[in-house]
Design a protein around this ligand. Structure first.
Ligand code: COA
Length: 153
């Protein structure tokens, strides 16, 4: 409920997406665009997590590509930023599969579990995605006719 309240309402600063598996409707993961700033920026931060039983099968890669398509399409964003702890191997692999650009290293960026943690900063721009999307989508597991999209925002 808290997710629906925060990301499902009219609040334009946050848009959330749920990833469902087409074969059985299982809820597999979540993508949240937050701190959406309009006008000269049109930027957002993207956070995500998979639900343990469904991790490691490529569904988050698939979901990620689909939400980027919405971000740079319907949402009209120009920049999507992702910040990843240098030790988060799976998340680093995920952004690499989507061809995010590494833009820098933010020291003591976010306080997590009581400690300031360094993060690696990645970004995708609308013009990057226009160039990359065909290749990324072509490498996904499921044919486009099989994809459905769900969004809470
Ligand atoms: C980060 C996170 C979302 C990554 O999820 P994931 O399950 O690794 O991502 P995917 O569902 O795309 O699965 C990728 C795996 O499936 C494999 N795979 C199988 N078919 C695939 C396909 N068609 N396309 C892509 N990958 C595929 C990949 O090779 C990869 O396996 P590997 O790690 O053994 O190489 C997940 O680890 C997580 O929720 N972590 C905790 C929260 C977190 O860290 N969030 C991010 C904060 S920055």
């Amino acid at each position: 409920m808290a997710f629906i309240k925060r990301y499902g309402g009219a609040a334009p600063a946050h848009v959330g997406f749920l990833v469902f598996r087409n074969t059985d409707g299982a809820l597999c993961g979540v993508f949240n665009f937050s701190e959406i700033v309009r006008n000269a920026f049109n930027s957002a931060y993207l956070g995500y997590y998979a639900f343990a039983p469904h991790a490691g099968g490529g569904l988050m890669t698939e979901g990620f590509a689909l939400v980027l398509d919405v971000a740079f399409g319907e949402l009209g964003l120009h920049r999507v930023e992702v910040n990843v702890q240098p030790t988060n191997r799976r998340s680093l692999a995920l952004v690499a599969r989507l061809h995010f650009f590494c833009e820098g290293y933010s020291r003591r960026y976010v306080k997590i579990a009581g400690r300031w943690r360094d993060h690696v900063r990645f970004a995708m721009l609308a013009e990057d995605w226009r160039r990359l999307r065909r290749d990324v989508l072509a490498r996904l597991k499921w044919p486009s006719s099989d994809r459905k999209r769900s969004t809470a925002g």
